[in-house]
Design a protein around this ligand. Structure first.
Ligand code: TRP
Length: 360
């Protein structure tokens, strides 16, 4: 069996540290592992339009931002096909056939969709395109025979929905589609990075993000004003580490090497946490350490982004080439699907012969 990765992002803004630690970093590791036959990353513009159909510029302007962020993180277009969803019409075709296999009530039960409907005030009147985007996401995954889907945990309901569609399709029409598996980040701290304000999620709409393209001074300012334990008022006070985003970020990023380099009084994070819990450790000191760690992580990413920013036409060409390649793969798969669904009239000589005999 081939090992094929597919994943993607909506082009609705620049990518941030939550995307990086929850998914991008892993993608680059998987890309460089040499264990995968094919890797696809989709810029899901059509999906982004399902709740931005009245805001075309937002999508149009952010395709390049997301592409730059991918390349900055080390996605290598020689190893990974980066493509734009709307440029692969076979995805729409497959979505239409999948719609027969999904019920309205099943879509309405999808927890991610439920959350998003609330968030977008769609409760009274849900656009059909929006409600059905999980079906289109199932097409994204299956059109490329992907078995490995590196995502954050908010995407698990989408993968589950895809698996149901695959089972149902294969049962009805014969083994045609590959059953995908989600791959989450190893560390639970990386699966969902809280916002700078301590809210459950780093999110553009909440304005609590560190962007991969932020300048060093901006990052420092954001880190130094991060939310910590609100009861840790004086340095002597014992502090809480569990719901403290500064410590959660350290869990996600800090290594023992970082301690050696920037905070040698402590061997590792456990020692630092113990001191904080005891009391006598100030927030500023930890934030300075976190700043060093994050700056070190983002510095090469920013530098690579700046290089690609100098050659935008080349980046668009990467997207165009990737989209052409994805479409070619999609054409083959859609033919296989149509054969399985017996809507391949013109290539089926038996069908033509049978009907010839019927009338002669
Ligand atoms: N829904 C994903 C998000 O909002 C983006 C996405 C679209 C995706 N198609 C995908 C992710 C296929 C994984 C696989 O981030």
């Amino acid at each position: 069996m081939k090992n094929i990765i597919l994943t993607g992002d909506r082009p609705t803004g620049r990518l941030h540290l939550g995307h990086y630690v929850g998914s991008l970093k892993r993608r680059v590791e998987l890309q460089n592992s040499g264990l995968y036959n094919d890797i696809y990353i989709e810029i899901a513009d059509a999906q982004a339009l399902t709740d931005n159909f009245d805001n075309l510029d937002k999508v149009r302007e952010n395709v390049i931002e997301v592409a730059l962020d991918y390349l900055a993180c080390g996605i290598d277009p020689k190893k990974t096909t980066i493509f734009i969803q709307s440029g692969v019409p076979e995805l729409t075709e497959l979505t239409f056939y999948f719609m027969n296999l999904v019920t309205l009530s099943r879509l309405q039960r999808n927890p991610t969709i439920k959350d998003e409907i609330k968030l977008r005030n769609f409760e009274k009147s849900i656009p059909v395109g929006f409600l059905t985007y999980p079906v289109s996401q199932a097409a994204d995954i299956t059109l490329f025979d992907a078995n490995t889907i590196p995502v954050g945990d908010d995407q698990l309901p989408m993968i589950e929905q895809t698996r149901e569609i695959v089972r149902s399709f294969n049962n009805l029409y014969g083994e045609t589609l590959v059953l995908p598996n989600a791959v989450l980040p190893e560390s639970k701290y990386a699966q969902r990075l809280p916002g700078l304000d301590g809210k459950a999620k780093m999110s553009k709409s909440l304005g609590n993000c560190i962007y991969l393209s932020d300048e060093p001074e901006v990052i420092e300012k954001k880190i130094m004003s991060m939310f910590t334990d609100p009861n840790h008022l004086k340095v002597e006070d014992p502090g809480e580490v569990e719901n403290n985003p500064v410590f959660i970020y350290l869990e996600a990023f800090a290594t023992d090497e970082h301690f050696k380099k920037y905070l040698p009084e402590y061997q590792n994070l456990d020692e630092l946490k113990a001191h904080y819990k005891r009391g006598g450790l100030g927030d500023v000191k930890i934030k300075r350490f976190l700043n060093n760690v994050i700056q070190e992580e983002l510095e090469p990413i920013r530098a690579r982004r700046k290089e690609y920013e100098k050659k935008i036409p080349e980046v668009y060409k990467i997207l165009e080439d990737g989209t052409k390649k994805a479409s070619l793969v999609g054409k083959n798969k859609i033919e296989e699907v149509k054969r399985a669904m017996r809507i391949n009239y013109f290539e089926d000589k038996d069908l033509i012969n049978k009907h010839t005999e019927k009338y002669n």
